[in-house]
Design a protein around this ligand. Structure first.
Ligand SMILES: Nc1nc2c(ncn2[C@@H]2O[C@H](COP(=O)(O)OP(=O)(O)OP(=O)(O)O)[C@@H](O)[C@H]2O)c(=O)[nH]1
Ligand SMILES: [Mg+2]
Ligand SMILES: [Zn+2]
Length: 294
């Protein structure tokens, strides 16, 4: 049975790459009945009636999968945030980081449009960047316009399967085009009046990277629902809390109003960033509000 990898999903078709061959496949009804949706990144067995057309018969076991963006079997997520146009939203960044922690996918934070910052503004960004580096998240600073940081990013992508994700208009596709001129992905000018992108990329596609490995460009989105998480999942998704939480008085301490909470003490002594802790609290409230509703 021939096998391949789904590299693109579009309007009910799955484009399967089998070595140098590309086969346009449909999924058999069996998937619909079992409510399994084939994803880009899936290793599949297929049956080809003609050299370029076929059907997906089965999907191999996934090492991981995301619903947003829809993809399976990635080694890492590149979280793309522009420093300007649109401004960096640190709460949204923490939302993405939690999302990836829960799915056990390692994150690389990639800041784009660095050329739009003046000297003073770049200095104030450095302290934000330090927060994430201290936690252990790699941060790459880039500008597709000046090509600043592209080599650093390229080194991180080489040999891995990476999914690139982030808000619309932050420059994901522009960045990929700058990294590899064989890509030629459509990009678009940001809408000035709205101050945000216009959803230029509309499908997920895995692209073979000239430096080795694969990169998936994905459509941007502006919010990320985390309310399906359990409070326990949230609690372990801030890695910098973990060394302290062992010393909390109560097992399962949520680090809110409990007495003798070592995490809160670490926030007070600035060993944990106050902004990150504030985001943790607001995510907690979002999740518990939803749980009360059902
Ligand atoms: N100044 C500056 N502008 C950039 C840079 N990179 C991208 N842009 C601009 O940002 C706008 C949006 O870029 P895209 O690459 O289409 O953004 P995207 O993240 O792929 O957006 P979606 O496909 O909608 O998710 C375009 O007008 C780009 O020219 C950069 O490094 N510096
Ligand atoms: Mg795009
Ligand atoms: Zn605690």
């Amino acid at each position: 049975m021939p096998e391949g990898v789904i590299i693109k999903a579009l309007s009910g078709f799955y484009y399967v790459k089998d070595g140098e061959k590309y086969i346009q496949c449909r999924a058999r009804g069996i998937f619909r009945k079992r409510k399994i949706i084939p994803l880009v990144g899936d290793h599949v067995q297929y049956e080809a009636e003609r050299p370029t057309d076929g059907y997906i018969l089965s999907i191999g076991e996934r090492k991981n999968m995301l619903n947003r963006p829809p993809i399976a079997n990635v080694d890492q997520a590149i979280l793309v945030f522009s420093v300007r146009e649109p401004d960096l939203d640190a709460q949204l960044l923490d939302r993405f980081l939690v999302h990836m922690e829960v799915h056990r996918i390692r994150s690389v934070i990639c800041l784009t449009k660095w050329d739009l910052l003046g000297e003073e503004a770049s200095d104030s960004f450095r302290s934000l960047i330090d927060v994430y580096i201290k936690i252990g998240y790699p941060v790459v600073i880039t500008s597709s316009r000046t090509r600043y940081g592209l080599e650093d990013l390229s080194d991180r992508l080489a040999g891995s399967v990476s999914v690139v994700t982030g808000q619309s208009g932050v420059g994901k596709s522009t960045l990929l085009n700058a990294l590899d001129d064989s890509f030629q992905i459509d990009t678009q000018a940001i809408s000035r009046s709205l101050g945000r992108g216009r959803h230029t990329t509309r499908h997920v596609e895995l692209l073979p990277f000239s430096g080795g490995g694969y990169i998936a460009d994905t459509p941007g989105f502006s919010s990320l629902d985390i309310t399906k998480l359990s409070l326990d999942e949230l609690r372990v998704s801030f890695p910098e809390f973990l060394p302290f939480s062992e010393s909390c008085r109560f097992r399962g301490c949520m680090h809110l109003a409990e007495p003798n909470c070592a995490v809160k003490a670490a926030v007070d002594s600035h060993d944990i960033d106050t902004g990150r802790y504030a985001h943790y609290r607001s995510f907690y409230q979002e999740i518990s509000k939803r749980k009360r509703r059902y």
